[in-house]
Design a protein around this ligand. Structure first.
Ligand SMILES: NC(=O)c1ccc[n+]([C@@H]2O[C@H](COP(=O)([O-])OP(=O)(O)OC[C@H]3O[C@@H](n4cnc5c(N)ncnc54)[C@H](OP(=O)(O)O)[C@@H]3O)[C@@H](O)[C@H]2O)c1
Length: 216
């Protein structure tokens, strides 16, 4: 059993909490407004869930999931996450997040920005290219034909292996898309983004990804 710290308790954070508890983990979950506002969610999740501040969730997690609107990524507490694997689910929506120059120029990736904000953590991009409801709806046991696959990216192979094992427990195959510099391959508007695909299809879609779309 692992304790998963979750920073962000919205669509994705609460769905990851449900799946994590279903698969035998404990969760410590937080939002921006304070633990007292998470009473309904904790009542639903049961005794393996605790509401906390973002700092407490970060400190408690063996693994920490950051799943806040990208515009708020700089508010993610740095010190409690030091030395930890951090799963980044975030995507860039300028209409929500405002324009971010490094992303507009495609000189950075969403998860690269979080990694720069958390220099002592090991960021793995995961769960960003699946609609939140599908985290439970599309989960299937290991070995099932045509099981859905999810991409991950990161700079540390051990961290990626751990996240792949977690995704397997949650009900998904994993395709390693490479380093954080390569994580644009399953960002928004790329072929692999938010479509149901098995591992073979996902590899093909990652290979079809194109950068410099904005300059074309
Ligand atoms: N929705 C999807 O299907 C989906 C799929 C894949 C990836 N994503 C990406 O995953 C991220 C989260 O998406 P979502 O749909 O779950 O968003 P959401 O429903 O809007 O939830 C965002 C959560 O983040 C919390 N939050 C905001 N700022 C925070 C802070 N500084 N510290 C702690 N918590 C904070 C919010 O808390 P309060 O409510 O208290 O402000 C809320 O619980 C986004 O980047 C999104 O693009 C979404």
């Amino acid at each position: 059993m692992t304790t998963i710290g979750i920073i962000g308790a919205g669509h994705i954070g609460s769905q990851i909490a449900r799946t994590a508890i279903e698969t035998g983990h404990d969760v410590v979950i937080s939002n921006s407004r304070g633990p007292e506002t998470l009473a309904d969610l904790i009542a639903e999740l049961g005794e393996h869930a605790t509401a906390a501040t973002a700092e407490q969730a970060g400190a408690a997690g063996d693994i920490v999931v950051v799943t806040v609107p990208l515009k708020n990524y700089r508010e993610v507490p740095v010190a409690p996450l030091a030395g930890k694997i951090v799963i980044d689910t975030n995507n860039y929506y300028p209409e929500r997040d405002g324009q971010i120059a490094e992303l507009d120029s495609e000189s950075a990736t969403v998860s690269g920005l979080l990694q720069a904000h958390l220099p002592q953590s090991t960021v793995v991009k995961a769960f960003n290219h699946i609609y939140f409801g599908a985290i439970t709806d599309d989960a299937l046991p290991e070995g099932t034909t045509n099981r859905r696959a999810l991409a991950i990216a990161g700079d540390d192979d051990n961290a990626k292996a751990l996240v792949a094992a977690l995704q397997n427990q949650f009900g998904f195959d994993t395709v390693d898309a490479g380093t954080l510099d390569e994580s644009w391959r399953f960002e928004r508007d790329q072929p692999a983004y938010v479509v149901r695909q098995n591992a073979v299809e996902l590899r093909a879609n990652l290979a079809l990804a194109e950068r410099n779309k904005n300059s074309q």
